[in-house]
Design a binder for this molecule. Sequence first.
Ligand code: NAD
Length: 437
Amino acid sequence: MKEILLQKIKNRDICVGVVGLGYVGLPLAVEIAKNQFKTLGFDINKEKVSLINAGINYIQDVQNETLAEVVDKKFLYATTDFSCLKSCNFIIICVPTPLDKHQQPDISYIRSSVEVISQYLEKNTVVVLESTTYPGTTEDLVKSILEEKSGLKCETDFYLGFSPERVDPGNKTYKTHNTPKVVGGIGKDANFIIAEMYREVLDSEIFEVSSPAVAEMEKILENTYRNVNIGLINEMAMLCNEMGISIWEVIDAAKTKPYGFHAFYPGPGLGGHCIPLDPCYLSWKAREYGFHTTMIENSMMINDRMPEYCIERASKLLNSFGKSLNGSKVLILGISYKEDVADYRESPAIKVIQALIREKALVNFYDPYVPEYINGEVVMEGLTEITPQITASYDLVIITTAHTNIDYCMIQENANLIFDTRNVMKNIVKRDNIEVL
Ligand SMILES: NC(=O)c1ccc[n+]([C@@H]2O[C@H](COP(=O)([O-])OP(=O)(O)OC[C@H]3O[C@@H](n4cnc5c(N)ncnc54)[C@H](O)[C@@H]3O)[C@@H](O)[C@H]2O)c1
């Protein structure tokens, strides 16, 4: 099997199936197709499939022309017909891994996509899971479903492995093609073949580890490292405020140390599909071993409290000018969870808005990337523009996302009061109406 697959990869005689065409799956599918592999993209969302086949892009990190070109040249085709998996010899799974309402891992997307794959799994096929998940998912869950439902044997009839996706939406330097990739297969041959395939399509280092569990754990470590460090810096920010010290100045000073310190910044809370959720996958799994991930729990408590903390600070700020949140007009600048992207999943800005509404403030928002957002069943529409008159009509402006395409000088000149939770106004000299987190 190893030699057959290696030859097929080298000869571009392999059909790659990418299951789940979102922030992770679509850039990867385009990268594979760009390298002249016949690529089939599978998604349950008909709209996404139609857009791709029409050569229309919906992911910011994918270049419109590249997508149109690979579709036009018939290297990439998307479908909702999962029976086409039969023709794929290399299948990559990029489906969501959210939390359920009890904040526990919801692996139903992985389970259902693997069940479908198992129906069409042929001999001499490679299956790679890329969705972030707890250590053990590939060997315990994916392998057993595939073997049980297909009747094929892992390592003999098909290869299986885990290779975490590390995409950082909006990152100007690191994209799918040049971010180093970690690969952990079941058995040395699986490792070799999976690594060879990625070497063919990516321009980055491929780092092989000894098992899928190591690869699963390293991905969670990456995200837990960020979560815990942001938790630490958020706690420091709250303490610094009590002590009358600027956390931002402290970080600027600390990061002059050329080793042993990596700068993290405070903010109104964690957002996105990864950093707030992934550590919960580990905490949940750890309990099976009677282990409590106390660092994660503590950091979650601090980070989850940040939206409320921001509201407390906003309330005090208004109060110092004789106003209350109740009845005040508040403008939120930024809905997405990070700067210069349109993704608002788990965004703390939405939690800040909800808390403001609970306090009976009159809230509106402006985000150049997010004209509206969906909260449960409700569509929340934002302002379509931000002008000096609009800015001046609010009692308070809260900056929740550090977008770089907002005229902050204009905001400073016209706003009555500003609470800057991202320190985006750090270079503005006139600061009498600015309070920083
Ligand atoms: N977004 C990121 O920045 C990022 C970074 C690294 C890792 N990840 C991880 O990658 C995985 C995917 O995340 P994403 O951001 O791309 O999610 P996403 O929601 O953007 O995309 C997932 C896609 O899978 C589709 N889907 C759901 N169930 C399916 C099924 N049974 N069969 C086929 N398609 C199905 C959805 O319709 C959607 O298009 C998650 O595990 C996530 O934690 C995400």
